[in-house]
Design a protein around this ligand. Structure first.
Ligand code: HEM
Ligand SMILES: [Ca+2]
Length: 299
């Protein structure tokens, strides 16, 4: 096992790295605010497979079927932003900063630019020198049908408390869900779903729709702002995914949903510590792995 992550890891080797990434992300965010949700989801999906090692960025030039091809990665976008930021970082500090750290810093800026908390994150991750297969992603990424038990287990495996698990799901305060991921829910009657919300979901995602992969619904009413609306929505029977809705019916998670809905500061605090745990999961450090020159290639 390598050394642990540290704050100020690039203090000597690339002191300007956080500023470079912040500046790059602010201009990307101005042109395309939907890049924020996608970068946050990209980080989660990277960390879920082989740890936070930028494995998700590896493309087909590395042989085999790349992780990103997995159907569980449906909707994951904006990988090109990481390659672009990497090229700026390489120009300033060649071969010093890992793609895995860039991914974490980009997700952190994405949350901050969406008016969420700006989370200090420990650095020093290394990039994987092996490409996982899309099969690994198929098994390791959570299914849309996951229940509260499964969700709590998943995040307990990363050292999170129940409070932190409920807080990290608040990432669904940002972004969209494509109809393909909720057609199953609409096929049954859910007595906990608000009738008005059900009507709006059915209008956006009609049964027998020919475009379930391109039509989508907003994850919460303020989809470009990182805020506690997600928890209000969930409490009012307006959770989009089954897991979002279930947080308000399970007695273990409901108290935290109520607390975060009532107090955004509490949500931001718990989300910040959960984010550090999420992004420190299964990392390579020290002499493990490598620093990739291009994020999409091992060589
Ligand atoms: C049990 C855990 C989770 C499940 C089952 C889940 C599932 C999903 C699904 C199905 C979508 C919609 C994708 C689409 O249709 O395009 C989605 C979107 C999203 N997820 Fe999750 N998710 C989980 C946890 C997380 C976590 C921990 C994060 C980040 C920390 C996250 C961040 C996001 C974001 C930001 C979006 C919006 C993406 C966009 O607009 O491009 N999710 N999630
Ligand atoms: Ca990974």
């Amino acid at each position: 096992k390598g050394p642990s992550l540290s704050y100020g890891f690039y203090k000597d080797s690339c002191p300007q790295v956080e500023n470079i990434i912040r500046a790059a992300l602010s201009s990307i965010h101005l042109m395309d605010p939907t890049s924020a949700p996608s970068l946050l989801r990209l980080l989660f999906h990277d960390c879920q497979v082989q740890g936070c090692d930028a494995s998700i960025l590896l493309d087909s030039t590395n042989g085999g079927t790349p992780e990103i091809i997995s159907s569980k990665n449906f909707g994951v976008r904006k990988l090109e932003h990481i390659n672009y930021i990497k090229s700026m970082v390489e120009a300033a500090c060649p071969l010093k900063v890992s793609c895995a750290d860039i991914l974490v810093l980009a997700a952190r800026e994405a949350v901050a630019l969406s008016l969420g908390p700006r989370i200090p994150v420990p650095l020093g991750r290394r990039d994987s020198a092996v490409a996982p297969s899309s099969k690994a992603a198929d098994t390791l990424l959570p299914p849309v049908s996951i229940n509260v038990d499964g969700m709590l287990q998943l995040f307990a495996g990363k050292g999170m408390t129940v409070e932190e698990a409920v807080a990290i799901m608040g990432a669904h305060s940002l972004g969209v869900t494509h109809c393909v991921n909720i057609l199953d829910r609409l096929a049954r009657v859910d007595k906990n779903m608000s009738p008005g919300f059900e009507v709006s979901l059915r209008l956006s995602c009609p049964f027998g729709s020919l475009t379930p992969n391109t039509s989508f619904v907003l994850n919460d009413p303020t989809t470009l702002m990182f805020d506690n609306h997600y928890y209000w929505s969930t409490l009012r029977g307006r959770g989009v995914l089954k897991i979002d809705a279930d947080l308000a019916t399970d007695p273990r998670t409901l108290p935290f949903v109520q607390r975060f809905a009532a107090n955004e500061g509490e949500f931001f605090r718990a989300f910040s510590s959960a984010f550090v745990k999420l992004s420190s999961y299964g990392v390579l450090t020290g002499k493990q792995g490598m620093i990739r020159r291009s994020c999409n290639r091992i060589r």
